[in-house]
Design a protein around this ligand. Structure first.
Ligand code: HEC
Length: 116
């Protein structure tokens, strides 16, 4: 009996483990189309592109800046929602506050930038 119980436990642990992996992968997934749509609607492209420096850093540059750091998504969320002061050619202005239907859409946008 002891062996049977042990084997049952292994199955339970395996099932829990796999479920966790699946949920984690789903949570991290990026909806590229939704992110690019938000970028278009919010006119981020005026100052940003995926791989070219404009008035603002390229998304690739930002991705590199946060590479390996676990708080990148949280930092970008704050950057995109609080309108921090930025400076373009010596002129200070407020960074665009992204307009989105909900927080999840903004976090998706943050993950999009981080995964360029
Ligand atoms: C008027 C120009 C302008 C617009 C429009 C603009 N940005 Fe920026 N953005 C900047 C500048 C300049 C910086 C650099 C700020 C700094 O490093 O102090 C920046 C920084 C960033 C960063 C990097 C933040 C970090 O922590 O390194 C991200 C990501 C970003 N912008 C995304 C966006 C998105 C998404 C939009 C559209 C909702 C947007 N920006 C609209 C000029 C702009």
């Amino acid at each position: 009996m002891k062996n049977v119980n042990f084997s049952n436990w292994l199955h339970v642990l395996l099932a829990v483990g796999l479920t966790t992996v699946v949920l984690t992968v789903q949570a991290q997934a990026v909806d590229v189309a939704a992110a690019e749509d938000l970028i278009k609607v919010n006119k981020c492209g005026k100052c940003h592109s995926v791989d070219k420096q404009k008035d603002g850093p390229s998304f690739k540059k930002t991705a590199a800046k946060y590479k390996g750091k676990s708080d990148g998504e949280a930092k970008l969320y704050v950057h995109l929602t609080t309108g921090p002061t930025i400076e373009i050619d010596g002129v200070k202005e407020e960074h665009t506050k992204v307009k989105a239907k909900d927080d999840a859409a903004i976090k998706n946008l943050a993950r999009y930038v981080l995964s360029r």
